[in-house]
Ligand binder design. Sequence first.
Ligand code: HSX
Length: 206
Amino acid sequence: KNVKVIDHPLLKHKLGYLRDKNTYSHDFREIVKEVSKVLIYEAMRDWKHLESIAIETPIAKAQADRIVQPPVVVSIMRAGNGMLDAALSMIPFASTGFIGIYRDKFIHNTVEYYFKMPQDIKGKEVLLCDPLIATADTIIAAIDRLKNYGVGKIKVISILASQSGLEKVQHHHPDVEVYTINIENEMNDMGYLVPGLGDAGDRLFQ
Ligand code: HSX
């Protein structure tokens, strides 16, 4: 129930281009931004922190809603950076954090090489961006780290996620919601999603 698959014909259409190996970086980057905006939009759907402020339209005085206590957008580098512009364009007043982490093939563990959060993230909601969840080791390690800082609710924004990876996330972090476009049933020996879209970082940044 904490996995939200955002099912929409336009997203399906765009996902086809992301999967296609003949879609090169420039277009791939643009489409990642487009689908990320939709995922962020859905992840913010239940946002409760709105305040009403007085404004004037060209015609009359009016009340307008403003989001308060904005979330922290966190990118898991490097592929998450491809989603960051989209997230910040949707929530321009959000603060941003970065986690550099990768799954090391040789030591069979995740390695963190960078961790930089804005000040005072305690209790703040986090939108954690990484285009892919395969084994889920990366995302789980990132969630573990964020929870050590006492952040509020964590929502993961991911373009594709494996069924087994999602189960693992739910097992370790049942309170975390995942927003994705499609669940992939298979993974190969290298830990790539099948059919997937390849290595998101490479396809974004070549
Ligand atoms: C890719 O591998 C993605 O961007 C993620 O950071 C990671 C997903 O793999 P896994 O840890 O879920 O197996 O570079």
